[in-house]
Design a protein around this ligand. Structure first.
Ligand code: HEM
Length: 260
């Protein structure tokens, strides 16, 4: 079996399986069903699937790790999420995807982590200076490629009050005065962790829903604590995504008796 076949089979359910069950139409089925000018060759399909896997797994995993790191560092925030979960879901059943719409505080927490720890800090709206130019008093020599540093914008003290403070409340409507009403999907450039415009992340809704669901699920089942009282190290390194230099180590305690 070729590598591409393993990737397609492993992540996106092989078409013949879907044929026999007929229960679910998955992403591969949709690609295979395209006709006319939309029809894709096998190699184009593999390229699309590869891009989705390459862009969609690392970002999601890294963001979940940053969120859990912040939960360990800020037990007050973690306990507020626990209270919200117990109110919306309760302890007698597992979390369902539909519960997420009521998790107002958790959504604010996820936004605040995206603001401080965006998995994709540099956006691809790159611009090439074709002549020597001056921008805002800075000399930009011909041939320079300029990129948008979303990481810096989301920590800019001219844009955010107390930019380095972890304060999910800033995204809560009840927080008068300092409340920032931004959706985070690119219409407001103060918070655009998925980029903006035509090259913005096409997987933003899927990515955000996946992350929010897994974080809610984990926090519903467990309490997260520091490992041996070791401080969480927020040092970051830019690889495929902006990761923690030292991977998070934590202790977990089950919150629902059925989990033990
Ligand atoms: C929380 C998760 C995610 C974050 C933070 C994120 C962030 C980003 C960012 C910042 C970009 C670059 C935008 C730009 O350069 O202006 C991007 C591009 C992209 N993302 Fe995501 N992403 C996430 C999840 C996903 C998922 C789940 C998928 C697919 C299943 C995906 C597919 C892509 C693709 C294909 C591109 C390239 C778009 C292009 O170049 O036109 N992403 N993402």
């Amino acid at each position: 079996m070729r590598f591409q076949d393993i990737v397609v089979a492993g992540y996106f359910q092989v078409p013949c399986m879907a044929e026999t069950t007929k229960l679910h139409r998955d992403f591969v089925d949709v690609l295979l069903s395209l006709t006319g000018t939309d029809k894709l060759s096998n190699s184009d399909m593999i390229a699309v699937l590869w891009e989705m896997i390459f862009r969609g797994t690392d970002t999601v995993a890294v963001l979940i790790e940053w969120i859990l790191a912040r939960m360990v560092m800020h037990p007050d925030v973690q306990s507020r999420v626990h209270i919200e979960l117990d109110k919306v879901v309760g302890k007698s059943r597992a979390l369902a995807e539909s519960d997420l719409t009521e998790m107002v505080y958790l959504h604010a927490v996820v936004k605040e982590v995206l603001r401080l720890h965006p998995p994709g800090p540099l956006l691809s709206w790159s611009r090439l200076a074709i002549t020597d130019s001056t921008v805002d008093g800075y000399h930009v020599p011909k041939g320079t490629t300029a990129m948008v540093n979303m990481w810096a914008i989301m920590r800019d003290p001219d844009v955010w009050v107390d930019p380095l403070e972890f304060k999910p409340e800033r995204f809560m409507t009840m927080n008068e005065g300092e409340h920032v009403d931004v959706c985070g999907f690119g219409s407001d450039l103060r918070l655009a962790p998925f980029g903006s415009g035509r090259r913005a992340c096409p997987g933003k809704t899927l990515g955000l829903t996946t992350v929010t669901f897994w974080v809610a699920f984990l926090l519903h089942e467990f309490e997260f604590r520091p490992c041996n009282e070791r401080r969480v190290d927020l040092s970051e390194v830019l690889k495929l995504s902006c990761e923690m230099v030292n991977p998070l180590s934590i202790r977990v305690r089950p919150r629902r008796s059925s989990v033990c």
